[in-house]
Design a protein around this ligand. Structure first.
Ligand code: ATP
Ligand code: MG
Length: 198
């Protein structure tokens, strides 16, 4: 089995995530892609993060209906923020026969040598760098990575939160089921200071 992992804060998940995830599945011929919401410090960067159970619910709502996708809460179950290498070890132990692909954005790849145990990460998983048209990859990545070009969709969680804060519609930017959770919980009604400067 070819198993992909797609980590993110998913606060909230949006169309850009879905297009990238779907196209990466095709390009890498993945049998399954697990979306893994990250445990983040609730006040990291000066912005109040949506509680993990709601980010998990939104991720599950976003992937529902696509049999290739699943959500895994393994990082949320641990105490405190996770290291990628620990997540990869856990997934490998659970799926010993799987070939594991770790999806990451082009910006993250340059940081890999500073992650914990980068060599072990590269041993356990094939790095797959999702890049949007116009995005440049590091010239000399310290670790070999598969390049996965995806259709450029300029939606970000920051954009979605900003629209919610000013009462603009989120329709078609996030799946209807995600929009329903955002409305039910009245998420992102307050603009966050950090979001405003990005
Ligand atoms: P924020 O605006 O808060 O930074 P985000 O939209 O980048 O949020 P994340 O949860 O941080 O969402 O993203 C998870 C992963 O998805 C990251 O690797 C990120 O590079 C990638 N990603 C985010 N938006 C897009 C998009 N529009 N197209 C392709 N990949 C994306
Ligand atoms: Mg981001």
């Amino acid at each position: 089995m070819r198993l992909g992992l797609f980590g993110g804060t998913f606060d909230p998940p949006h169309l850009g995530h879905l297009v990238a995830a779907s196209e990466a599945c095709d390009a890498l011929r993945l049998d399954r892609l697990l979306w893994i919401p990250a445990a983040v410090h609730p006040l990291k960067g000066g912005r109040v993060r949506t509680p993990a159970p709601l980010r998990l619910e939104m991720a599950a709502a976003a992937v529902a209906g696509d049999p290739r996708f699943g959500v895994d809460d393994l990082e949320l179950k641990r105490q405190g923020p996770s290291y990628t290498v620990d997540t990869l070890r856990e997934v490998r132990d659970r799926h010993p026969a799987a070939e594991i692909f770790f999806l990451t954005g082009a910006d993250n790849l340059a940081d890999l040598p500073r992650w914990r145990e980068p060599d072990e990460i590269a041993r356990i998983a094939t790095l797959a760098v999702v890049s949007r048209e116009g995005e440049t990859l590091p010239d000399d990545p310290a670790y070999p990575a598969v390049h996965v070009p995806v259709t450029r969709v300029d939606v970000s969680s920051t954009l979605v939160r900003g629209r919610a804060a000013t009462g603009q519609t989120l329709r078609y930017l996030v799946p209807d089921a995600v929009r329903a959770v955002i409305e039910r919980e009245r998420l992102y009604r307050e603009p966050s200071p950090l979001d405003r400067i990005r």
